[in-house]
Write a protein that binds this ligand. Structure first.
Ligand SMILES: C[S@@+](CC[C@H](N)C(=O)[O-])C[C@H]1O[C@@H](n2cnc3c(N)ncnc32)[C@H](O)[C@@H]1O
Length: 391
């Protein structure tokens, strides 16, 4: 199995290289309107924003910034397939302009824009990001009524273009089954509050680069990609930054297309071919180990696991998990300009077993205990490589 990952270093307001109705999933985080670190970026796209800020007209500046994002959302709608899902990670901003403190609710402005384009909105996720920043308590301290509530969350807004996606051909149905996630992952991932995702640490890049790009943690696009697309799909990130969505798509055996206006990130992204392989596989091993721990706990508590995964031979809770198979990332190579090509094989639990699904089925009859030991051993060896991406 192979996937390709293409980056266009240009403004995503025109994605002419990406044809209509070709993208299965979008996962992105735009520059946040009215967060000062993005002022310059927005002003370079529309100088009137600078005038509005200088005049102290916050609402006008906010609207003009959003109008720049609207041009990208319009293109996103064009390139997405009917039935495709669009996920937008966005935080609101608070800002004092000319002594006037106000909230700029980007999430609601983006919802309006997406609905106007024709997307339907699905239930959203609150990503809780507790902060210990010194400005946590804003306003008049302990005196009512002039203190302000602290913003400690961001949103993951979720939209769909048109109705539910259909899987009609047998091969598509089988691929969907292979792309399943575990029952216990579903319970965690589909909660409308994500508590345990950490901030912006993302170990592929040094801190300075991460801060400059406002990268989200690997786990955020990784989950969304596994929740809302199937193996072999194509994922778009029109605000790619340092490529977290691209690497999460690579680690999930999906193709990806990214747009990024900042050409300075180019070499940083394209030179990560060796680093991403152990990191992506470590996440798969974590998932398998967590599943085996979950099953162990359940068995010890005399709770039944009625089904068995056909590929790995371990118990699962539902029939829908019976054909789930993880794809191990074997290698990533640079292709034509700004392209990375990735190669996969079904992830074996027994590392000594030959790489074939048939053989693997046999090896999957080994005792879950010995497989788990092997998983833990692999995990420990790989820790030396770099684990912080998974934070
Ligand atoms: C919040 S950051 C995205 C960070 C990304 N999620 C990551 O993990 O690295 C927004 C990115 O959008 C880029 N950007 C802003 N406007 C753009 C546009 N019109 N087209 C393409 N990229 C744009 C910025 O340069 C920045 O890297």
């Amino acid at each position: 199995m192979k996937t390709t990952h293409k980056i266009h270093f240009q403004n995503a307001q025109k994605m002419a290289e990406t044809p209509n109705n070709t993208i299965d999933l979008m996962v992105t985080s735009p520059p946040y309107p009215m967060i000062e670190m993005w002022d310059e970026m927005f002003i370079s796209q529309n100088p009137k924003i600078d005038l509005a800020l200088q005049r102290g007209d916050g609402p006008k500046a906010f609207e003009l910034m959003n109008q720049e994002l609207d041009k990208v959302w319009k293109e996103v709608y064009r390139v997405m397939k009917p039935g495709g899902i669009a996920c937008v990670n966005i935080g609101d901003a608070t800002r004092t302009i000319k002594d006037d403190f106000a909230l700029y609710a980007s999430h609601s402005r983006i919802v309006s824009a997406m609905l106007a384009l024709g997307f339907s909105m699905l239930p959203a996720i609150l990503w809780r990001k507790q902060t210990n920043a010194p400005n946590k308590f804003m306003g008049s301290g302990m005196y009512p009524p002039g203190a302000y509530v602290t913003l400690e969350h961001e949103f993951v807004l979720i939209f769909r273009k048109g109705g539910k996606r259909e899987f009609n051909r047998d091969a598509d149905k089988q691929n969907r089954r292979a792309s399943a996630y575990f029952w216990e992952e579903r319970n965690q991932w589909f909660s409308d509050v994500w508590m345990e995702l950490k901030g912006t640490r993302q170990g592929l890049f040094e801190k300075k680069t991460r801060q400059r790009s406002a990268a989200f943690p690997f786990e955020l696009p990784y989950r969304l990609i596994n929740m809302f697309s199937v193996i072999g799909d194509t994922v778009l990130d029109p605000f790619l930054g340092i490529g977290t969505t691209l690497f999460a798509a690579m680690g999930s055996c999906r193709n990806s297309v990214g747009y990024e206006i900042e050409t300075g990130f180019k070499e940083a992204i394209l030179s990560k071919t060796d680093d991403i392989v152990p990191l992506a596989n470590e996440r798969l091993l974590q998932r398998l180990t967590a599943h085996q721990d979950f099953i162990k706990d359940r068995t010890e508590n005399n709770k039944p696991c009625k089904h068995t995964n056909h590929f790995y031979g371990f118990p699962v809770i539902t029939k829908q998990e019976a054909d789930l198979v993880f794809q191990e990332l074997l290698s990533v190579e640079r292709g034509d300009e700004n392209t990375l090509n990735a190669t996969y094989a079904p992830l074996e639990l027994d590392v000594n077993a030959p790489r074939s699904a048939a053989k693997n089925k046999k090896s999957a009859t080994a005792s879950p205990g010995s497989k788990k030991k092997q998983l833990k051993k692999d995990g420990e060896e790989k820790k030396a490589v770099q684990l912080s991406l998974l934070d």
